[in-house]
Design a protein around this ligand. Structure first.
Ligand code: MN
Length: 318
């Protein structure tokens, strides 16, 4: 393992131009890992040119800004892809192979091979956790800015140390991070957990309207009209999907959200038992075993997804 850390560090040291990318539909782990890694690299090698790319996220604006990809420099740049298992989900890059060298750092189950060097740890709580580890195992220097981003990503991906992947290593790394950098975690939690009233009202609506099957599947379709009524956008469902954990009657839950503008249906699915990512993969999506999504172009697939997830629940209960 140590060898792998050395190799990653060596490649970072070798390239003057580095591009860091993550998955589409950015979440705090994707943003925290890429922006945090940029900080780590610049804190260690101030003369390097490091760009974090992908669509800017206004929901997570506290995570920081994005950089522009300089197309002309692709051929001489090192690309580091964080938190993304497949090419189709890399935000802002169509062909990673155009880069001089590609490193993948991820905690999702492997899907595509697009890298020259990979560090995939499916037991890691978050890519942010992996990067905290990387900085402690190499000469990449931690600072307060990097620590704040990495901490927020880790806390978000573990849902405040609640999920399975939270391990003794998670606590060990976090403990060291906080005592070394003296970050103040209170304002970071304010960033992560303050939310607009509209989200809470929408959450109430979903809780009231969700159908729950005998097998333990909760599901609901959100039409464009409902989104309009709440005065929100299609991101609403993603914002509240995490709030249905630890409900006795609900084992797996899924929200189908009509995205009228792009003429598709966004699927947000979560589980607190059976693995669901393989189901979503069959519909062109994917993600983690307990948190997956997809984008359907055919409304008839909604029933198929419901049936498949219901099946998964039933088998799990057996
Ligand atoms: Mn992640």
């Amino acid at each position: 393992m140590k060898e792998l850390f050395k190799e990653i560090y060596k490649k970072i040291k070798e390239y003057d131009k580095i591009v860091i990318a993550r998955h589409i539909g950015a979440d705090p782990d994707a943003l925290g890992s890429t922006i945090g890694l940029k900080e780590l690299i610049l804190n260690t090698f101030p003369e390097k040119k490091v760009s974090v790319i992908g669509v800017y996220s206004s929901v997570f604006k506290y995570m920081g800004r994005m950089d522009k990809l300089n197309e002309k420099e692709i051929g001489e740049s090192l690309l580091i892809v964080c938190d993304t298992p497949n090419i189709a989900r890399i935000d802002g890059i169509t062909n990673p192979r155009d880069f001089a060298y590609v490193i993948k750092i991820d905690h999702h189950p492997i899907i595509d091979k697009f890298e020259d060097l990979k560090w995939v740890d499916t037991s890691a709580s978050s890519v942010c956790q992996m990067l905290i580890e990387l900085s402690y195992e190499t000469r990449l220097k931690m600072n307060k800015e990097a620590a704040e981003k990495l901490y927020m990503g880790l806390v978000s991906d573990t849902n405040r140390f609640l999920y399975d992947y939270t391990s003794p290593k998670t606590f060990m790394l976090v403990s060291k991070l906080i005592s070394d950098t003296k970050i103040d975690i209170k304002p970071l939690y304010d960033n992560l957990y303050s939310r607009p009233l509209i989200d809470v009202r929408f959450l109430g609506y979903v809780a009231q309207s969700m159908t729950v099957t005998e097998g333990g599947l909760g599901y609901l379709t959100i039409s464009d009209e409902v989104i309009q009524r709440f005065g929100g956008d299609t991101a609403l469902s993603g914002n509240i999907i995490g709030s249905f954990n630890n409900i006795n009657e609900v084992l797996v839950w899924v929200i189908f959200t009509e995205d009228k503008k792009n003429n598709l249906i966004k699927v947000n699915a979560r589980s607190r038992g059976p693995e669901i990512h393989t189901v979503l993969e069959k519909f062109g999506g994917g993600g983690h075993p307990m948190a997956s999504g997809a984008r359907l172009t055919n409304a008839e697939d909604i029933d198929k997804v419901i049936k498949a997830l219901e099946e998964v629940c039933k088998n799990y209960r057996k």
